[in-house]
Design a protein around this ligand. Structure first.
Ligand code: M6R
Length: 364
């Protein structure tokens, strides 16, 4: 049932191109994004003054990506919160607010409670869910399913990637309904969406190098992931993947925040994984890499293929294919998942069932 792989996580990592294709393809018809079962009208989309995104764990990290992507495409302010915080902070909601809920299982207790609270307060609700007929899917005004198929490993990979794909679909769909994209821009983004599964396959080809890097670092005690904007969102996910399956302490920081405290933790040999896939912020990231290098850090830089300049400052360089910047997270996450997987495997951890964790958290 593991299809020849040693762990479900490895199988699910490799299934990502297919899962993303299954999620995107049925929603593109004759060059248009079709979200058939969505009852939201263009008028309602235009009326939204705010979008809240609510989720837990990795689904929350998708929400952090979605904040950047939705704001860029719609110019509607977006706030993202973990469900266990949102539900107890008396959120300010009405029918001009869209609450977007993200959950693989559709059964996470805090996320479900946050959704119910949002409905109770009169917000419009939309959920991104993987399990058909789950509680969150049933209770939302609208649902967009991710077609990742069953995910067995506790650490999410393919569900995460399909959630990102739905976020892009939704952002472009909303932008179109808001009338903010030219016909050319729209066609271009739709073409990018269609090309995404193949780009993910390309990113997966780099396994050996990541395995080698894992062999260099699987004994470290602490890891810091740093990035800006979308790369900060990816740092959060890379850090969570690593800690949940390898039990290595790690944290993610917005790179510009380092000098406000965290940099005091960097000493000789500290591993810093620096994400720099956003061209507009590349030089800022180079400065941050120099800052941590000056304090003795060993830096693994992750960027896109044309940014070879990373090699002048980082100790190791990892490249992902060049792609549409907004969708770059779908490629950047691949080496982060593989790195966590190989490190955990070299440490002999129980990868599919890490200690203390459950696949679906149905209690508070
Ligand atoms: O089923 P959900 O997407 O609602 O689950 C949310 C989190 O529990 C989940 O993403 C968790 O963080 C994963 N183990 C991360 O790999």
């Amino acid at each position: 049932e593991k299809g020849g792989y040693q762990h479900f996580m490895a199988k699910e990592i490799m299934e990502q191109p297919k899962a993303v294709r299954d999620t995107i393809s049925p929603r593109i018809q004759n060059g248009k994004i079709v979200l058939d079962n969505i009852t939201l009208t263009a008028e309602q989309i235009k009326s939204f003054s705010k979008i809240y995104i609510v989720a837990c764990g990795s689904a929350y990290h998708v929400g952090v990506v979605a904040k950047y992507v939705l704001e860029k495409f719609t110019r509607i302010p977006v706030e993202v919160d973990v469900a266990s915080e949102f539900r107890y902070r008396q959120p300010i909601l009405d029918d001009k607010v869209l609450v977007l809920v993200i959950s693989q299982s559709g059964e996470t207790a805090d996320t479900l409670a946050a959704l119910r609270e949002a409905k109770h307060l009169g917000a419009r609700t939309l959920s991104i869910v993987n399990v058909v007929g789950s509680s969150i899917a049933n209770d939302s005004d609208d649902v967009i399913y991710t077609w990742a198929g069953p995910e067995i490993a506790v650490a999410t990979t393919k569900a995460y990637s399909t959630q990102l794909a739905v976020v892009y679909l939704l952002a472009i769909y909303f932008a179109d309904k808001l009338g903010v994209l030219s016909a050319e821009e729209y066609a271009d983004y739709v073409a990018k969406l269609q090309a995404l599964p193949d780009k993910i396959s390309e990113a997966l080809e780099n396994k050996e190098q990541i395995q080698y890097l894992a062999s260099q670092f699987f004994n470290v005690k602490d890891v810091f992931f740093i990035g800006r904007n979308l790369d900060y969102a990816m740092s959060l996910e890379g850090s969570l993947k690593l800690k949940e399956i390898s039990y290595i302490h790690s944290d993610a920081y917005a790179a510009g925040e380092l000098k406000h405290g965290t940099i005091s933790l960097v000493e000789d040999g500290t591993l810093v994984i620096a994400l720099a896939t956003q061209d507009a912020l590349f030089d800022k990231m180079i400065s941050n890499v120099k800052e941590v290098k000056a304090r003795g850090a060993v830096v693994l830089g992750l960027t896109t293929e044309h940014n070879k300049k990373i090699e002048q400052v980082a100790d190791y360089a990892l490249y992902v294919p060049e792609f549409c910047e907004m969708m770059q997270p779908s490629l950047a996450v691949i080496p982060l998942q593989l790195f966590a997987y190989y490190v955990a495997s070299m440490k002999g951890c129980d990868i599919d069932k890490p200690r203390n964790l459950a696949k679906s958290v149905t209690v508070e």
